[in-house]
Ligand binder design. Structure first.
Ligand code: IPD
Ligand code: CA
Ligand code: CA
Length: 266
C-alpha cells in the first residue's frame, strides 16, 4: 500500500505543480484573506487543492482529507491525506520561486508518505516511513541526508513568521535574540521547503511557531527520514505550538535555546 500511496502523492504533486507553474496568471490577485489581511489565498491555491483532492479521491474514494483550502472529510479507509496545495503563497503571489505543493498520507496520526513538489527548483522531495528520503532532480535521484552538526555559532537556521501581528512581534523578538548566537537566520517563505532543506543538508536547522498540519506533515517525515530530529518543546512532537527540525547535535541546543527564549508562546 505504501508504494501505491507514494505513487499517487507523486502524481498529484506533479500535476498540481505543473498547474501552478504553467497556469499562474500574470495579473494574479488575492482571492480572499484568512487570519489577517496578509494571510492571502489566490485562485491558484484553490484550483490546486481541487486538482489534488479530485485526483486522489478518484483513485482512493474511501480516504479522508485535510486540506488548507477547506478539504475536510474523515473517510472510512483509515488513511487521510494532509494537503497544502501551495505552501509559500506570498512568494508565489510576488513571483518568487520558493513555493511548493505538500502532500502527506497518514494513518492513525502517523505519516506514512510525504511528497513536496518544488517546480521552480525542478525538485521533488519524497519519503516513505522507514524507507529513507530522496530528491528527484534534473540529474536524477539523490538520497537525502542532513549535514554534520556544526557548533551553534556556525549554524544556519531558518524560521518563519505568522500572519497575525501580535505573534509576529514576539517571533521577531525571539529571532533578534537568536541572530547573535548563530551563523545567521533565513526566512525562505515555505515551511515545507525549509523542512526539505534541512533534509537535503542545505540548512542546519529550522524552527517555527504557528504551523498547521498541512504545512509540516510531508516535510516532517522527509526531514526525519533524512536523519533529522523533529519535535516541539522538550518531549513534544512538532505542532502548531512549536516545530523544530535539525540534525542530531543541533536539535537539542536549538530546542533548549528556543525554550529559554519562550519561542512557544505569543
Ligand atoms: C506559510 C509558509 C510560511 C510560514 C507560514 C505558513 P502558506 O504557508 O509555510 O513559510 O512561515 O507559517 O503559513 O500560507 O504559504 O501556505
Ligand atoms: Ca502553508
Ligand atoms: Ca498554503
Amino acid at each position: 500500500m505504501l508504494a501505491e500511496l507514494l505513487g499517487l502523492a507523486l502524481e498529484a504533486g506533479r500535476r498540481a505543480g505543473a498547474l501552478l507553474r504553467d497556469g499562474r496568471p500574470d495579473d494574479l490577485a488575492v482571492a480572499r484573506t484568512k487570519s489577517s489581511p496578509i494571510d492571502v489565498v489566490t485562485e491558484m491555491d484553490i484550483a490546486a487543492e481541487k486538482l489534488i483532492t479530485g485526483f486522489l479521491a478518484e483513485h482512493r474514494p474511501e480516504d479522508g482529507f485535510l486540506g488548507e483550502e477547506g478539504a475536510a472529510s474523515p473517510g472510512t479507509s483509515g488513511v487521510r491525506w494532509v494537503i497544502d496545495p501551495l505552501d509559500g503563497t506570498v512568494n508565489y503571489l510576488y513571483g518568487l520561486p520558493t513555493w511548493a505543493v505538500s502532500i502527506a498520507a497518514e494513518r492513525d496520526g502517523e505519516t506514512l508518505v510525504g511528497v513536496v513538489e518544488a517546480p521552480m527548483r525542478n525538485e521533488t522531495y519524497r519519503a516513505v516511513l522507514g524507507g529513507g528520503a530522496y530528491a528527484d532532480t534534473a540529474v536524477g535521484e539523490r538520497r537525502l541526508a542532513v549535514r554534520p552538526a556544526p557548533p551553534m555559532d556556525q549554524a544556519l537556521i531558518s524560521t518563519g513568521f505568522a500572519y497575525v501581528q501580535t505573534r509576529r512581534a514576539h517571533q521577531a523578538d525571539v529571532a533578534q535574540r537568536m541572530i547573535p548566537v548563530l551563523r545567521d537566520i533565513r526566512r525562505g517563505g515555505s515551511a515545507a521547503i525549509d523542512l526539505c532543506d534541512v533534509a537535503a543538508g542545505r540548512l542546519d536547522g529550522y524552527y517555527e511557531r504557528g504551523l498547521n498540519p498541512w504545512d509540516l506533515a510531508a516535510g516532517d517525515l522527509i526531514a526525519r527520514e533524512a536523519g533529522a530530529l523533529t519535535g516541539g518543546r522538550p518531549g513534544e512532537r512538532p505542532s502548531g505550538e512549536l516545530t523544530i527540525a535539525a540534525p542530531p547535535g543541533v536539535f537539542k541546543p536549538l530546542q533548549q535555546l528556543l525554550d529559554e527564549l519562550g519561542a512557544w508562546h505569543d
